[in-house]
Design a protein around this ligand. Structure first.
Ligand SMILES: Nc1ncnc2c1ncn2[C@@H]1O[C@H](COP(=O)(O)OP(=O)(O)OP(=O)(O)O)[C@@H](O)[C@H]1O
Ligand SMILES: [Mg+2]
Length: 442
């Protein structure tokens, strides 16, 4: 490129406004396809506007299905109604627990949010009990109904769990707290169902007084929602007809997650812009999807899965593409032990390993179906991976430690699998004793 040339395009002809496509950067004015959930939500919060005490509400469901968006929308409507009826109500949050590692930090953040510039408390220097005391005082001084919304509560600092999820909602009845007049309600939001099981029973029943489940969206619903965002974000007429339906179909096939659909649209638009094309095409969407999936899986490998879970995931994937064997639990475990040995990781018991497979299912990365073993008796589970095995393998290749467990001919195996051709399985690299040993499945 010459000195007098400028590589930036004069004008972006694809995007009008990118913000709505960005992660959690835009609040929609309209909520689509959540009427049922909104009805349940409204019913749980109706007591407040009627002048009764607030209920505690637990909102759960997988990622990107509108839990936070609907909650923010409900908050607005509730405030509006309370104002209209003259019901005293203060709403705090949603506060995202993921941003606070300790109870101290979380509580300080809330208190400071409620206090004026001059009265802020320091990031350290008090005891945790003391900062909770400050919080209670703030709540009492607000008086009336106080609704506290905690988002991603599976990330709540462990030392804050009982205080927030149990003590606070019943503080009014407790003589030892400064809260006498204020009535506290809690809304907790989570995409981790296991989280509830980790709670003590008393905490669980406090939080779960009212539960609202958000399920994944189907392709039609995603198409409507993505159209709403696409209209805001893209210049008129640049999207070819198939673009949004295709992005919606991809996202529906996976987790029914709007956020993923938005990422596909943004990436596809960027490819079109890079090509200097006047329109975003179906091919742009396909390319975007492939890269996004690999990136997302890599994200799991690097951030969300332990090395053991990662090994389980890759064992299941290799077993799925292995032409001669079904991905039964037992087969996957056998392979897992070999893979663990190659990278010198601990080898867990079979029972523990099944827990890992369960967790993968819980995260939406795998699915299992139960199968009777015929005359021999007994039952087994057959596993599938939800993402395309090729994307999983590409992601695994990019992860330092785990990349070492891939057979050297993994792409050959993959190709046979993709063509639906079972072929007699060969040790990946017959001349390499380690690989030969490793990939004698079974
Ligand atoms: N029904 C809907 N109508 C309009 N926009 C929606 C709808 N559902 C989700 N969105 C949008 O999709 C994105 C993801 O939704 P949201 O952040 O509410 O997901 P979530 O369920 O809270 O996920 P997580 O568990 O990861 O926090 C947001 O940009 C949100 O505005
Ligand atoms: Mg959320």
């Amino acid at each position: 490129m010459k000195q007098d040339e400028n590589p930036f395009q004069e004008e972006d002809k694809i995007f009008a406004w990118k913000q709505p496509l960005k992660k959690d950067a835009y609040e929609p004015e309209e909520i689509m396809h959540r009427d049922e959930e909104i009805k349940l939500y409204t019913n749980s919060l109706q007591d407040i506007v009627e002048g009764h005490e607030p209920n505690n509400v637990f909102v759960y469901g997988p990622t990107g299905v509108g839990k936070t968006a609907v909650t923010k929308w409900m908050r607005e409507k509730l405030e509006e109604e309370a104002r209209k009826r003259d019901v005293p109500l203060s709403i705090v949050g949603p506060i995202n627990c993921r941003h606070y590692k300790t109870a101290y930090r979380l509580v300080t953040a809330i208190v400071n949010d409620l206090r004026s510039e001059e009265e802020q408390i320091a990031q350290s220097g008090h005891s945790t009990d003391r900062v909770f005391q400050f919080l209670y005082e703030e709540i009492e001084s607000m008086g009336g109904n106080v609704l506290l919304i905690l988002d991603e509560i599976d990330n709540i600092p462990p030392d804050a769990r009982n205080d927030f999820l149990y003590d606070l909602p019943r503080a009014e009845a407790n003589e030892d707290t400064p809260i006498d007049d204020a009535k506290v309600g809690l809304i907790g939001i989570s995409n981790d169902l296991k989280f509830v099981d980790t709670l003590e029973p008393k905490v669980k029943s406090t939080l779960g007084e009212r539960e609202i489940e958000f399920g994944p969206y189907d392709a039609n619903q995603l198409r409507d929602i993505l159209t709403y965002y696409a209209d805001l974000s893209f210049e008129d007429g640049v999207l070819e007809e198939e673009v949004v339906p295709l992005a919606a179909a991809f996202a529906a096939q996976e987790r029914g997650d709007v956020r993923q659909g938005l990422r596909i649209l943004e990436k596809a638009g960027e490819y079109a812009r890079m090509e200097g094309s006047a329109t975003v095409t179906e091919a742009n969407v396909r390319k975007a999807t492939e890269n996004i999936e690999t990136d997302e899986i890599l994200d799991y490998f690097e951030d969300k899965l332990s090395i053991q879970q990662g090994l389980s995931y890759i064992s299941a994937t290799l077993m799925v593409i292995e032409p001669q064997k079904e991905a039964r639990t037992k087969h996957i475990y056998n392979l897992y032990t070999k893979l663990a040995a190659t990278i010198g990781a601990d080898e867990v018991s079979e029972r523990k390993f099944y827990e890992f497979l369960d967790q993968l299912c819980m995260l939406g990365l795998a699915r299992s179906t139960e199968r009777n073993l015929g005359r021999k008796g007994g039952r087994t589970y057959i596993y599938e991976v939800t993402d395309d095995p090729e994307d999983i393998i590409r992601a695994c290749e990019q992860e330092d430690r785990l990349s070492k467990v891939l057979p050297s001919n993994v792409y050959d195996i993959l190709e046979h699998y993709q063509k639906g051709q079972a072929t007699s399985y060969q040790a990946p690299d017959g001349t390499d004793p380690e690989q030969r040993d490793l990939f004698k499945f079974g």
